[in-house]
Design a protein around this ligand. Structure first.
Ligand SMILES: O=P(O)(O)OC[C@H]1O[C@H](O[C@H]2O[C@H](CO)[C@@H](O)[C@H](O)[C@H]2O)[C@H](O)[C@@H](O)[C@@H]1O
Length: 270
């Protein structure tokens, strides 16, 4: 990292520290919705999504936040709700938003409470065609594989050589275009879904239902930009890692963010 980059990164960390300290002190900004992306925010990115684990400071922060009556906690992920529940091991009471807003659930006393997704016959048929098309794109390419979710299929290219990844990505985007559906192009993934849901729509719905005065949202990927876009200057928006963003604040990586989140959760005014 150059001296300039180190300076910018320290300035961003300082700005986040100040914004979080203000939010911790100011009890008029309650009820507060703390909504957090999972992969790349609370858990570092890894090759195998089944091996993702929440960082220890994130686990501590969530446990602390879940005990507060003036804070609601939500995880907002591209994963299915069942997958998010299994991987995140979030505390009881945590709201779970999966499939980029297409699914909702809650961590209950006896485990996951949720409404399973029910697809219309034509949506189920479209999902089959998406899965088959992406499987054809992945075939014969080392490190390219397809993940099947309740309302989407995802082409993963993280483990592929750059040339293979680029070609497979372009073909997946073209497939979505030919089927007349939107594709989400995230970090080493192209996700093609049969539901028109975004994290932004999900956050707006949650805020209205819960009557939240302020929303704190943190995320790392392109799909999180839809969440940032749905929030206002009175909210606290945090981009994890580098890249263009609509968020007002930044944290360098999941470890730095989770450590800051844990300190903040401890510092919230009683
Ligand atoms: O909204 P998120 O919680 O960030 O979920 C988005 C996608 O996360 C997963 O993929 C990402 O994490 C994987 C594990 O670290 C990584 O291998 C992959 O490259 C990342 O894109 C998940 O597998 C996808 O289904 C989610 O849509």
């Amino acid at each position: 990292m150059s001296t300039n980059e180190t300076g910018a990164s320290q300035q961003a960390a300082d700005e986040l520290e100040v914004a979080l300290a203000d939010l911790a002190r100011d009890t008029t900004r309650r009820p507060l919705l703390v909504a957090l992306d999972f992969d790349g925010t609370l858990a570092p990115l890894v090759d195998d999504p089944d091996q993702s684990r929440m960082l220890a400071p994130a686990t501590a922060a969530l446990a602390r936040l879940a005990t507060r009556s003036d804070v609601r906690l939500a995880l907002v992920s591209g994963r299915s709700v069942a997958d998010l529940h299994r991987q995140a091991q979030a505390p009881e009471g945590t709201l779970l938003v999966g499939s980029h807003g297409g699914e909702r659930g809650r961590v209950g006393e006896f485990g996951l409470e949720r409404e399973p997704i029910r697809l219309e016959p034509e949506q189920a048929d479209l999902l089959t065609r998406i899965g088959a098309g992406l499987t054809t794109v992945a075939r014969g390419r080392d490190g390219v594989w397809v993940q099947h979710k309740p309302a989407a299929a995802v082409l993963h290219t993280r483990m592929a050589a750059a040339a293979d990844a680029d070609l497979a990505t372009a073909q997946a985007l073209a497939l979505a275009g030919s089927l007349g559906v939107d594709a989400l192009h995230g970090k080493d993934v192209v996700e093609v879904a049969v539901l028109r849901a975004t994290k932004g729509m999900a956050l707006q719905a949650l805020r209205a239902e819960l009557g939240s005065v302020v929303v704190l949202y943190a995320g790392d990927d392109t799909t999180d930009e839809r969440a940032f876009a749905a929030l206002t200057d009175a909210d606290v928006t945090i981009k994890i890692g580098p890249g263009e963003t609509l968020a007002r604040l930044r944290s360098a990586d999941p470890q730095a963010f989770c450590e800051q989140l844990a300190r903040w959760a401890d510092a919230l005014a009683p």
